[in-house]
Ligand binder design. Sequence first.
Ligand code: ADP
Ligand code: MG
Length: 387
Amino acid sequence: MPEVDVRLVDVVKKFGDQVAVDHIDLEVRDGEFFSLLGPSGCGKTTTLRMIGGFEQPTSGLIELQGQDVTWLPPFKRNVNTVFQNYALFPHLSIFENVAFGLRRKGGLRAAEIKSRVTDMLRLVELPGFENRRPNQISGGQAQRVALARALINGPAVLLLDEPLGALDLKLRKQMQVELKRIQQEVGITFIYVTHDQEEAMTMSDRIAVMNKGHYEQLGDPESLYERPTTRFVAGFLGVSNLLPSTVVGREGAYANVRLGDDSRIRVPNSLVDGQEKVSIGVRPEKIRLSDPSVETPTGHNRLTGIVRDASYLGVSTQYLVESRGGNLTVYEQNVERATRAELWARGDEVQLTWSPDHSFVVRESSTDDDMRESDPGMGVPATTASA
Ligand code: ADP
Ligand code: MG
């Protein structure tokens, strides 16, 4: 088990009456790429700033590598930060921007500084840029320089607050892969703040999904996506179909549940422990559409419905299917059925089937009100779209 690098114990941050961070306990492991993911205003930056020492908690404790740093100023913490706006020194060359931290620390010979800066520029794939000025490089390159500058002193932890926010989508995706590579190469703990779920999923070992000052779920990308435990997380990471249902019995490893229209489906027993009213979730790509006359795979859940909308997206086609058990979004990869004539069309009658093991169960929480998009007419919620 890797050591804990950063520990937050019951951390609260208030600004006046406003609670920005609401009792967070967190353990980030040594060498981990850890992300705080959540919508704007949920407290990500405030949490990061407290770890960096730019903000003091109202109550609680912050430890770095076992040392209580709650009241230490930023420069006494073995932590560095990369901001979205790069904050490069415009009058200094790229070489001097990267060398800045080393020179300030002092005690190094010129040859040593040169070799460390060269190593850093190689790491971020900018060799040959030494003599340029910040206004002579692109945004993506400036972000790399900022990263090199933050890493050159070898901090134990690097904090990154939406560092790719100013880049266009293509460059951002490229930098995500780069950042992950660099993090693995240097082995330094990264704590990364973003509101972009795909970005967090691409890079992170683990993610804490934040909502209103605390996190609702913490885990690796796969378990967060496959088994979200709250309505908020299910809706924030990807698209979910959520069906309100009642547990009516148990049968071996599975529980039988009844949907609003009286149809029955099954979910793993372990997910519904003791509850009666539950919301069953299933991801759009886990559902197969077929002609209602086609035999359902053994043990699979089955609903029938009418295609209300079909959107061809290239990679996949997105269907909205109205079923009496609820409205569902379904993604079908455009593999066998790839031309418009072969796709399901509006008005088609279809059956929807999926494995009970691909279901998940979410609990409601006090913070869910603004996420709900239920359709009172049908008495069942519509798809919860991602933010
Ligand atoms: P995020 O980074 O997730 O968007 P922040 O941590 O910046 O969220 O902010 C969390 C909440 O705290 C927000 O409601 C924000 O308005 C508030 N907040 C942040 N910084 C301050 C401050 N210096 N003074 C007052 N309120 C603040
Ligand atoms: Mg922020």
